[in-house]
Design a protein around this ligand. Structure first.
Ligand SMILES: [Zn+2]
Length: 84
């Protein structure tokens, strides 16, 4: 299963002002996660590939191949016409 980068979005001082902000980051499986430092819900910030993203990229490549094939066919037709 894909993993995603999650980041704690807490702003302002935590730990009795020992840190200006949390900034905790960690890779997790997709889902709901909480910061182990301050307990705030983590926000997904990345960049992993979900199943739908992989499918979408595959569709994109198929479309490009179809376009290239169509260009090749029209070129062949044009070439035939020119030769006549
Ligand atoms: Zn935190």
């Amino acid at each position: 299963m894909a993993q995603f980068l999650y980041r704690c979005t807490t702003e302002g001082a935590i730990n009795n002002d020992l840190k200006p902000s949390c900034g905790f980051e960690m890779l997790f499986e997709e889902g709901s996660h909480h910061c182990p430092i301050c307990g705030t819900e983590l926000l997904r910030v990345s960049a992993g590939q979900t199943v739908s993203e992989v499918l979408r990229l595959g569709q994109l490549r198929a479309d490009q191949q179809r376009l290239q094939r169509r260009d090749a066919i029209s070129l062949a037709i044009t070439g035939t016409i020119k030769n006549e």
